[in-house]
Ligand binder design. Structure first.
Ligand code: ADP
Ligand code: MG
Length: 242
């Protein structure tokens, strides 16, 4: 890996909540354009790690680089990332269009460019017919598409997803999984995708980082992790014959 094709570098990252060590001396390098899945049981520190990358938490130790720049102490808005959360907190009083453009307006993006970006995101996510609707007039899957759209309109190089499908039923999850994969193939940007769902991880990831107790246990392609798990925990978690 050369310096230029690293999208995100995490060096010796530690994060404590009081006495609780949630992340401990964690190291991770993510390649430009890679779809990396963070997979692990509930409470292992996945969301915390994502929030550190996004700049939503102050870390206890270590450094974070995005596109070669040290962003460890940068504001979230200056990191060049878009984030999609598990609960798609759309603004209920605004239309879909309003929800998509709100952040851009606040950031001072010119009106004409906002319109273009909203149109592009709506086309990619196939939500053009929904632009005038309110969130209450949308299905769960449509709402989650809008939530993804709010990250897309930022047109950044790095997207972070925190269990974006876990509130949806199995059928919708399967559908949106395919769409997210397609989205990545089309945009070719870096995506870090948190889940505790093994199927999601195996189908979406270029590489999977298996986390346990605030550390990365194994980082490799789905094929290698499934066929050559480094220990019994990974084998059990991924459901491989081991
Ligand atoms: P995951 O996303 O893998 O389920 P989290 O990153 O949310 O795990 O949480 C990791 C650990 O940190 C858990 O033990 C959780 O209880 C704890 N934790 C998360 N957020 C806070 C917080 N704001 N204050 C104290 N403890 C927290
Ligand atoms: Mg979480």
């Amino acid at each position: 890996m050369t310096a230029t094709d690293k999208s995100i570098e995490i060096k010796n990252l530690s994060l404590n909540f009081g006495d609780l060590k949630v992340l401990e001396d964690l190291n991770l390098e993510i390649t430009d354009g890679e779809f990396l899945v963070l997979l692990g049981a509930s409470g292992c520190g996945k969301s915390t790690l994502l929030n550190c990358i996004a700049g939503l938490l102050d870390i206890s130790d270590g450094q974070i680089f995005i596109k070669g720049k040290n962003v460890t102490w940068k504001e979230p808005k200056d990191r060049g990332i878009g984030m999609v959360f598990q609960s798609y907190a759309l603004y209920p009083q605004m239309s879909v269009e309003g929800n998509l453009s709100f952040g851009l307006k606040n950031a001072g993006v010119p009106r004409a460019e906002i319109a273009e970006r909203v149109a592009r995101a709506a086309a990619v996510l196939q939500i053009e017919p929904l632009l005038k609707r309110k969130p209450s007039q949308l299905s769960g899957g449509q709402r989650q598409r809008v939530a993804i759209g709010r990250a897309l309109v930022r047109e950044v190089d790095v997207f972070l997803f925190d269990e974006p499908l876990s509130n949806l039923d199995a059928k919708l999850r399967a559908e949106l999984r395919v769409e997210i994969k397609r989205l990545h193939q089309r945009l070719n940007n870096t995506m870090i995708y948190v889940t505790h769902d093994q199927i999601e991880a195996l189908t979406l990831a270029d590489r999977i980082a298996i986390m346990r107790g605030g550390k990365v246990q194994q980082l490799d392609t789905p094929h290698v992790i499934y066929n050559h798990p480094v220990n019994k925990y990974v084998a059990g978690f991924i459901g491989s014959p081991g």
